[in-house]
Design a protein around this ligand. Structure first.
Ligand SMILES: NC(=O)c1ccc[n+]([C@@H]2O[C@H](COP(=O)([O-])OP(=O)(O)OC[C@H]3O[C@@H](n4cnc5c(N)ncnc54)[C@H](OP(=O)(O)O)[C@@H]3O)[C@@H](O)[C@H]2O)c1
Length: 387
């Protein structure tokens, strides 16, 4: 029986985690849940999973949550960053699932590592911002970081039983998003609804926009570099529109091992939750006899400049990945609020990165300062675009 604390329980990944818990009540029990704003859903999750602790972002929502909980349901309710950090390190949980979105994931994840919790990691921003620090702390504590991202889960599965020194390269697949075949000249007229309409995956709004710009793939390269301890040159992005192959690992004898499945996050989530065991999920296999050709192509960096910016950040390192991440969060938020257009997302990120004085081998404080600086700078870039 694994005892879970789920951070970001009301999101796309968080709900999928709880679906798996509901399917396997003998394997998992929920000890803590944390959300930000969706009090109505969190209240339903508390009724169903009966955690000891529930956390929301602010006091008003904590009061609203208390009012929604039926009498007789015993749950401690906390709020704010302190509440989130309590959930991350909750005594009676042994695994912390990091399924919140954005840079807000970094500190709770570090706290959970310091508290010796196994991490099931969906929040890729944590590794993008401070991958070296996170991985060093995890190694020092002797704890595992199990990937939930489907590509990283695939790579993790392809690495099982192999020797690190035999690895040649990681082949990180990308669907290419909704605009893979759309002519670049028409990108200026891309609407929010079009960008939110991913062809293969159902996800939260931020990652869906990141998938449309291919920034998500860039963030995944940064994530893979830290998680698997490989250099940037050994990570290749391969466009694979069918999303049947979730990623591959090539070995020095020329063998390539791939992990395949239907595009559904359940498999990757369940593997992280139950590793090394595999759960009988009852998932259908890809329809090999009917799916036709599996195709592969190189990413077009001119059409998708966010991917090139992420490659730059990965190669430069230091505080630049945190700046890329923060500027992207601000820019995507601007696009979601219709303050900037789709093609202005990379402009805001690039302008912010260009102005950043990179700190090499940063301490955590340098990374947090860079994140805060980049948010202000990116807001200023958006203002400039509006003038
Ligand atoms: N969705 C996927 O298929 C997928 C795949 C791979 C990796 N990931 C990664 O998993 C993470 C979550 O993605 P998602 O698609 O599940 O996102 P999502 O649907 O937007 O859910 C985000 C969750 O985080 C909470 N949250 C939002 N802002 C927060 C903040 N500042 N502090 C604390 N909690 C906050 C939300 O709470 P409220 O809803 O209550 O406001 C919600 O529970 C991201 O890092 C993403 O890159 C997602």
């Amino acid at each position: 029986m694994k005892r879970l604390s789920v951070l970001g329980s009301t999101g796309s990944i968080g709900c999928n985690v709880l679906n798996i818990v509901a399917m396997f009540p003998d394997n998992f029990v929920v000890k803590a849940l944390a959300a930000k704003t969706n009090v109505a859903l969190l209240a339903r999750q508390i009724e169903q999973f009966r955690p000891e602790l529930a956390v929301v972002w602010d006091e008003a929502r904590a009061r609203e949550l208390k009012d929604r909980i039926a009498a007789g349901v015993a749950v401690e309710i906390l709020c704010g960053e302190a509440g989130y950090r309590t959930a991350a390190t909750y005594d009676s949980a042994d695994m912390t699932v990091t399924a919140m979105v954005g840079a807000a994931g970094l500190m709770p994840t570090l706290d959970a590592i310091d508290a010796g919790k196994t991490i099931a990691l969906a929040n890729k921003e944590t590794l993008v911002m401070a991958g070296d620090i996170v991985m060093q702390r995890a190694a020092r504590q002797g704890i595992q970081i199990l990937p939930i991202d489907s590509e990283h889960s695939a790579i993790f599965q392809c690495l099982q039983g192999e020797r690190k020194q035999d690895l040649d390269r990681i082949l990180l697949t990308a669907s290419g998003g909704p605009f893979l075949n759309r002519p670049k000249e028409t990108f200026k007229s891309i609407t929010l609804a079009e960008a939110l309409n991913h062809p293969n995956w159902q996800m939260g709004r931020k990652i869906t926009i990141d998938s449309a710009t291919l920034m998500n793939k860039g963030l995944e390269v940064l994530e893979a570099k830290c998680l698997f301890g490989v250099s940037r040159e050994r990570i290749e992005v391969v466009i694979h529109p069918q999303s049947v192959i979730h990623s591959m690992v090539a070995y020095r004898d020329g063998s390539v091992i791939a992990q395949l499945g239907i595009p559904d996050m359940k498999v990757a989530i369940a593997y992280a939750l139950s590793y090394p065991q595999r759960l009988p999920l009852g998932q259908p296999l890809p329809a090999f006899n009917a799916c036709g050709a599996l195709t592969f192509a190189q990413p077009d960096l001119e059409k998708f400049p966010c991917l090139a910016l992420a490659f730059d950040a990965c190669e430069t390192g230091g505080t630049l990945p945190a700046v890329l991440n923060a500027a992207n969060e601000v820019a995507v938020n601007g696009f979601l609020k219709k303050t900037i257009s789709f093609v202005e997302i990379p402009t805001v990120v690039e302008q912010t990165m260009t102005k950043h004085p990179v700190v090499s081998n940063p301490e955590l404080a340098d990374i947090i300062a860079a994140d805060q600086w980049a948010r202000k700078q990116a807001e200023a870039e958006i203002e400039r675009l509006r003038d």
